[in-house]
Design a protein around this ligand. Sequence first.
Ligand code: ATP
Ligand code: MG
Length: 285
Amino acid sequence: MELLKIAVQKSGRLHDDSMRLLKEAGIKFDNAVDQLKARSHTFPAEVLFLRNSDIPQYLKDGVVHAAILGENVIIEKGGHCTIVQKLGFSKCRLSLAVPKNQPYEGLHFFQNKKIATSYPNTLKKFLDEQGIRADYHQISGSVEIAPNIGLADGICDLVSTGSTLFKNGLREVHTILQSEACLVRTQNLSVGLTALFDKLTFRIKAVQASRNNKYILLNVPNEKIDTIAQILPGMKSPTVVPLVREGWSSLHSVISENDFWEVIDQLKAAGAQGILIVPIEKMVL
Ligand code: ATP
Ligand code: MG
């Protein structure tokens, strides 16, 4: 039996959400702590715990077949893989920042300046396209201190809330790319491994759909069923179950969390009562 080898970040921002997603997709491990790899006892897969920034090389070498990693790393380190699904966590952006008191009037600020970054390839490609020539100072961590110690005029680094930049007296001036965790696969997989990977993708999509959607139940007077069914943007059309109380029914449907807040007032105005919103465990579309 072939094993699908999946790379996951060993520790860091991606690790917990990646493992939770695999678990909810039915790929469970006994004790995956402090090991380089773990074999699932519920799916023919092995997870290898690696540094996020090393994963592209493992994909290229064919050591792993699939991975969960940050899009920013794929862009920086080169393809060797196909992005199959964006996963919605570890969202961040790669941005340029300058000392906050520094006058800044546009990207030409960086002309002939020195920029500290862990993303030299992505940054150089971007600035080349803009016709800007700069010096790059590559460092692998704590990039944000570089301007304070006179190492660079600005930085290019990952930002999520911006608080690290703020604490270091820096101001974000331009976003180069947006990133989030992705599920990827290598290009050349055997028929058997492709089937396993497709099964994994199918399950991950079901988990993601269930997270965004809720099951909704509401009581409505029978003469309002049509009106209320129009308001509910359900999967196909709502289920109608008669209540013991004469002239009333219970309507069941699936609704996205965002849509719910949009339509709740309309539902109440149309006569809906006893509205329940229930989480969905898995959802297969
Ligand atoms: P490695 O595992 O190679 O040490 P790393 O040092 O980049 O990787 P983390 O800081 O855990 O590890 O970041 C992992 C990924 O999380 C990043 O590549 C990026 O995709 C994402 N990320 C989300 N928000 C941020 C942020 N504010 N700063 C850095 N990375 C972020
Ligand atoms: Mg690190």
